[in-house]
Design a protein. Structure first.
Length: 211
């Protein structure tokens, strides 16, 4: 009788494992189920963007995947939102759009945005990705958006100057004036209206104009 029970448990466990079609990768590294990752930035440094979380379909069929955002711990006056197929306002927790992921393919559609607005603390958010054919076929990750005030470089943030893009409106190009005293290895990142990064530009000088 014990052998029969053991055999049934093995079969059930194998069947459950086979129903899992999704994996999550952070910066190209496979995450364990319900893993936690942390993004850290100064509370006054602006938007914290998570755009290196990729979803992989490890099944043999094309699937349609939706995303659910669950706020675990919040901070007053912090604005948190996400993009998955579309970009959603802060009060939306479930994507209305399902992203199609081919068999054995990755999707880099996800972007998590968190604007501390100068408020110090950790915003803890869980993102769950699931097949619309089976909500139990899902994978999750917990993200800690850590907005800290502990920095020896507060004066650097106070002295940074970045102009609005001009001319506005523009046809073919825009320019941005910048002054980044004391900063090395700075970058300007450009995002489209869907929240996807379309260009990343290294700044070799601390002061200048980028076109």
């Amino acid at each position: 009788m014990k052998k029969i029970i053991l055999l049934v448990l093995i079969v059930l466990t194998t069947a459950w494992a086979m129903t899992q079609s999704l994996e999550l990768y952070f910066e190209g590294i496979l995450l364990a189920p319900n893993a936690e990752i942390t993004l850290t930035a100064h509370a006054d440094s602006g938007m914290m963007v998570l755009d290196t979380l990729d979803v992989k379909n490890i099944s043999d069929a094309t699937i349609e995947v939706k995303c659910i955002r669950t706020i675990i711990d919040t901070i007053p006056d912090v604005i948190n939102s996400f993009c998955w197929g579309l970009c959603y306002p802060p009060f939306t927790d479930t994507s209305s759009v399902a992203v199609v992921i081919l068999s054995q393919a990755f999707s880099n559609e996800f972007v998590g945005d968190n604007d501390p607005g100068g408020n110090i603390g950790i915003m803890k958010v869980k993102y769950t990705f699931y097949s619309i054919k089976d909500i139990d076929d899902q994978v999750s990750v917990i993200v800690n958006y850590d907005a800290t005030g502990e920095s020896g470089n507060n004066e650097l943030f106070d002295n940074i100057r970045l102009s609005d893009a001009y001319p506005n409106p523009a046809n073919n190009f825009v320019s941005v004036d910048y002054d980044l005293p004391g900063l090395n290895n700075a970058k300007i990142m450009i995002f489209n209206l869907l929240g996807s990064k379309v260009k990343e530009i290294e700044l070799t000088d601390a002061v200048g104009t980028l076109t």
